[in-house]
Write a protein that binds this ligand. Structure first.
Ligand code: NDP
Length: 291
């Protein structure tokens, strides 16, 4: 194995420590701790775990977290009324609606009702627009985590690096690409219609896989010494066992012998997503109050 493992858990804990200090300063100097509203609709098991982790991390950091557990059969209008109420509540600094919403609910409409100043998930049209225009704003959490991990490996100056992002979703691929562009990287966005994908990937100094296909990226797609960031979270069966395990979009066992740096799954991008949500909540609290 040549690659250095990028320890997402460790980086997340460093970021959380910094955010905790920021909260302590807000409390000492300005007399308040930021408040985060976490909205969970229904009982999707994975979403319940994510929400529990977010609420627990917020508590550890000193952020007030308010949980709103809503029934899966809630009407769209009722959910929208709840989000509008939270958006208008001056006590709340950040609103996170855990996705995906149960079938029948329109997530896009719900996200657009979040006050952009409280959009700590960074997924609203205004937040993505500000990102695309390079304006100050709240950045989507997973993409932000990806860039922080790349900087952990390669240093803060990513200028001129060739980045290939596989995936063009609004949630991950597109915002990741804009963030690297802002870092003065040369960015290629690949997707399911891209031709010669392995060859394109092999040009990357930083290769980001955000596809949702287990172990898709093989060793011969990776340039020697590249920094490989695996966003994928795929649950697959374990051979000869009733159990399952999580794997990424990158064939870790193969790619680790070629890459210079690589994120594991789990323990790579995942923990950074929550840490970035916490940092965003503090940022939202400051921006709203012009601190
Ligand atoms: P989407 O399904 O929304 O997007 C997948 C993207 O991959 C699409 O742009 C699609 O292309 C592209 N794609 C699919 N198949 C191929 C292929 N064979 N070759 C090239 N491109 C392909 O997924 P998300 O962006 O929401 O998530 C991607 C992965 O990241 C998932 O595994 C998800 O679980 C994980 N994830 C992890 C997070 C974390 O915190 N670690 C947070 C969010 C997501 P096209 O547009 O042409 O269809």
């Amino acid at each position: 194995m040549n690659a250095q493992i990028i320890d997402g858990k460790h980086q997340a804990s460093l970021l959380n420590q910094k955010t905790k200090t920021d909260v302590e300063i807000l409390v000492a100097k300005h007399g308040f701790a930021p408040s985060l509203a976490v909205v969970l609709v229904g009982h999707d098991p994975a979403s319940e775990v994510y929400v529990r982790n977010k609420v627990r991390t917020a508590k550890e950091i000193g952020i007030n977290s308010l949980e709103y557990l809503l029934p899966a059969d809630i009407a769209q209008t009722e959910l929208e009324a709840k989000i509008t109420e939270l958006s208008q509540n001056p006590q709340i600094d950040g609103i996170l609606v855990q996705l995906p919403l149960p079938e029948g609910l329109n997530a896009e409409k719900v996200i657009e009702l979040i006050d952009p100043q409280k959009d700590v998930d960074g997924l609203s049209e205004i937040s993505i627009g500000k990102l695309a225009l390079g304006k100050l704003g709240l950045r989507a959490c997973t993409p932000l985590g990806v860039v922080i991990l790349a900087k952990t490996a390669l240093g803060n100056n990513l200028s001129g690096k060739n980045v290939v992002v596989i995936g063009r979703s609004n949630l991950v691929g597109k915002p990741v690409a804009f963030l690297f562009l802002q870092e003065n990287c040369t960015v290629t966005i690949a997707h399911s219609k891209t031709e010669n994908l392995p060859q394109i990937c092999k040009t990357a100094d930083i290769l980001v896989a955000a596809v949702g296909q287990p172990n898709m990226v093989k060793a011969d797609w990776v340039k020697a010494g590249a920094c490989v960031i695996d966003v994928g979270i795929n649950r697959v069966a374990i051979e000869n066992s009733p159990k399952t395990k999580l794997v990424g979009d990158v064939d870790f066992e193969e790619a680790k012998d070629i890459a210079g740096f690589i994120t594991p799954v789990p323990g790579g991008v995942g923990p950074m997503t929550i840490a970035c949500l916490m940092a965003n909540t503090v940022m939202a609290a400051k921006l709203r109050r012009n601190i």
